[in-house]
Design a protein around this ligand. Structure first.
Ligand SMILES: O=P(O)(O)OC[C@H]1O[C@H](OP(=O)(O)OP(=O)(O)O)[C@H](O)[C@@H]1O
Ligand SMILES: Nc1ncnc2[nH]cnc12
Length: 177
């Protein structure tokens, strides 16, 4: 992706200090989402980074990962699978507990969301400690899915999440801090 486009995207991400807890510098992506040109370029860039042209399923993580995951799935002609916070999915699920940069949580996926052997791309807005993405990758692998990569809009590389996630396949990020 052209460096000037990446610069435009980077300068549109808003830093919010001490949200949601003191000491966290929150990367607010909403100004990028609100700009139609930057949003389209971000989705293109996240797909381009993977080198993939087809995949069976794209998994997106509740809630900001739904935005990126669903748009990427539509572009790739793939199905979209939501990994949701505990208690939100209506049917039979499997779940995993995890820790993230500012807390702990549980995510779940429907038991029939991914068929054994299907190729799966994970998408989320941000990779920090890798706890959230790692939990989603565990769920995909427990279902028998073949992880072909993970793509993030932002990576906070100083938190080391890539190490946790790269054991499950190639990791790509559009904007790195
Ligand atoms: O790499 P980690 O340390 O796990 O952090 C990254 C996760 O943190 C945020 O999720 P959050 O649970 O705040 O969900 P939201 O999208 O509902 O705001 C973000 O959307 C990632 O999913
Ligand atoms: N610093 C941060 N900004 C935005 N989302 C996050 N998720 C985890 N850490 C985050």
């Amino acid at each position: 992706m052209a460096p000037d486009i990446l610069d435009s995207i980077r300068s549109t991400i808003r830093d919010v200090p001490d949200f949601p807890t003191p000491g966290i510098l929150f990367k607010d992506i909403t100004p990028v989402l609100a700009n139609p040109t930057l949003l389209a370029q971000a989705i293109d860039g996240m797909i381009e980074a993977t080198g993939l042209t087809e995949v069976d399923k794209v998994v997106g993580i509740d809630a900001r990962g739904f935005i990126f995951g669903a748009l990427i799935a539509e572009r790739l002609g793939a199905g979209f699978i939501p990994v949701r916070k505990k208690g939100k999915l209506p049917w039979k699920t499997r779940g995993v507990d995890y820790t993230l940069e500012y807390g702990t949580n549980s995510v779940e996926m429907h038991l029939d969301a991914i068929a054994p052997g299907e190729t799966v791309l994970l998408a989320d807005d941000l990779l920090a400690t890798g706890g959230t993405a790692g939990a989603a990758l565990d769920l995909i692998q427990q279902a028998g899915g073949q992880v072909v990569g993970s793509t993030f809009f932002i990576e906070l590389s100083f938190l080391g999440g890539r190490q946790r996630v790269s054991t499950s396949g190639p990791v790509h990020a559009l904007i790195t801090y």
